[in-house]
Design a protein. Structure first.
Length: 355
């Protein structure tokens, strides 16, 4: 009898344990199911929100299929200087077909856009970047400050255009700006960048790389200060570099600032310049801008500057300015060929004069 009671008690305990395990399993299953439902709901909400977000981290160039996502930067919340409305209202009042891939024509005095072709596309600046380099140098240095050429000139690429600077040459800032803008000397760009970077930091012990980093930070700061919104400059000479880009429209803003600077505007208007440097060297530079050369078929007497450029990514470029009927026009032609850049510019100027 006692054995039977013990058996019954054991059976009862086993049933209670089994019942508890069953209840625990059901509760666990319910909790897991609830968590799964919550995860699905949050996932659906997140997917819907992301699908509506226009600021995707990666954007593909639809024309070439190439990955240009490295160009992506945070956009300013301010309204663009060249809005879609102003483009449709003002651009292409000049009816013209040009060779250049990117172009814009702006009336400097009224800011009216007369013509544009892919004017806000991101492009490589080539040596037109030297305009913002010159502006930045004069932000921190006086035209008569003296600079000595050092090992920084060895940092340029082998196929660079040069001003034939040599280590030990001593020039004023103004003379270096002439070497920068007329023959488009990449060596002058690096000498200016290194010396200005050290002056900004007030530290002559900086390495050339450190000085250039400081200088380029100020270049981009200066660009934003004058209203440039979609450009990033990496090297002082404008040579093709990853992460470096601008737009034809941004270059027109930089060109306007250059024309308003008395030192730069005087330099870029010269077809040739003779200088005797502080260390005794005598040099004569010819401007690479054929629009200023009376012996060129592209010469136009109304032209007052500004800057040429050529690179693998940027093609052949020229940023020019001309005074027509008392008004100043800025013409940016990018992604063209060596001669077509000047022909495009001439065609644009002649069309403005014919209006």
């Amino acid at each position: 009898m006692e054995r039977q009671n013990n058996t019954e008690n054991q059976y009862g305990r086993n049933r209670r344990k089994a019942k508890r395990r069953k209840m625990l399993f059901c509760r666990t299953a319910c909790v897991m199911l609830c968590l799964l439902i919550v995860a699905v709901i949050f996932g659906a909400v997140y997917f819907l929100r992301e699908s509506k977000d226009p600021n995707l981290a990666f954007k593909e160039n639809t024309k070439t299929g190439k990955d240009y996502s490295w160009l992506t930067v945070d956009k300013s919340e301010d309204e663009p200087l060249l809005s879609e409305q102003s483009k449709s209202r003002q651009a292409n009042t000049i009816d013209l077909d040009i060779t250049a891939a990117n172009a814009i024509v702006v009336n400097k005095d009224t800011n009216a856009v007369l013509y544009q072709k892919n004017g806000t596309d991101r492009i490589a600046p080539a040596s037109t970047a030297k305009m913002i380099t010159a502006l930045t140098v004069l932000e921190y240095c006086s035209p008569e400050d003296e600079m000595r050429v050092g090992a920084e000139i060895e940092m340029i690429h082998s196929d660079s255009s040069t001003a034939r600077l040599m280590k030990g040459d001593t020039l004023t800032v103004r003379q270096l700006l002439i070497a920068l803008m007329l023959p488009s000397g990449n060596d002058a760009a690096y000498t200016l960048a290194v010396n200005t970077g050290k002056a900004i930091a007030d530290d002559n012990s900086l390495t050339n790389q450190q000085a250039i980093k400081i200088f380029m930070d100020k270049v981009n700061e200066k660009a934003r200060e004058i209203g440039v919104t979609d450009s990033n400059f990496v090297v002082p000479d404008g040579y093709d570099a990853k992460g470096q880009y601008t737009t034809a429209y941004d270059l027109s803003i930089i060109a306007k600032a250059c024309l308003e600077n008395s030192i730069i505007s005087e330099i870029v208007a010269s077809n040739a310049s003779y200088e005797k440097w502080l260390n005794g060297r005598e040099v004569t530079y010819n401007n690479s801008n054929e629009l200023l050369d009376p012996n060129s078929p592209f010469y136009r007497p109304e032209v007052i500057g500004l800057k040429t450029g050529t690179s693998s990514l940027g093609g052949a470029c020229v940023v020019s300015a001309a005074v027509i009927d008392g008004e100043t026009y800025i013409c940016v032609v990018m992604g063209s060929t060596k001669e077509s850049r000047f022909q495009d510019s001439v065609d644009i100027l002649d069309r403005i004069k014919a209006q």
